[in-house]
Ligand binder design. Structure first.
Ligand code: ZN
Length: 102
């Protein structure tokens, strides 16, 4: 999920996609995302939020991570399932089965 935004223009200290105020624009936003993901992989207490982190970041940066309607639905429904706690994984599995169906 990590992308290369080094060549993207910096727009007045804001991420062009999500509007976050960051001195490095989209590159700074990507760097923050990468730091959060690294923390999720290094500390199990944060790891359970990984799916929500990726789904949220993807929805906020559609030009890079929403390449299809199927991708949009997968991230949107992933965010919607997150409040289900321990049930979220099985809900997401069923949604994936539906999205991969006919
Ligand atoms: Zn952003």
């Amino acid at each position: 999920m990590m992308g290369n935004v080094e060549n993207e223009p910096v727009s007045a200290g804001r991420c062009e996609a999500c509007g976050a105020k960051l001195p490095e624009g989209a590159a700074g936003c990507q760097r923050l995302f990468d730091e959060v993901v690294a923390k999720e992989f290094s500390d199990y207490r944060y790891g359970r939020l990984h799916r929500l982190t990726v789904d949220t970041y993807s929805m906020q940066h559609p030009e890079r991570y929403m390449r299809s309607g199927k991708s949009f639905m997968a991230h949107l429904t992933g965010m919607c399932a997150a409040p289900e706690g321990n049930q979220a994984e099985s809900v997401n599995r069923e949604i994936q089965r539906w999205l991969n169906g006919k």
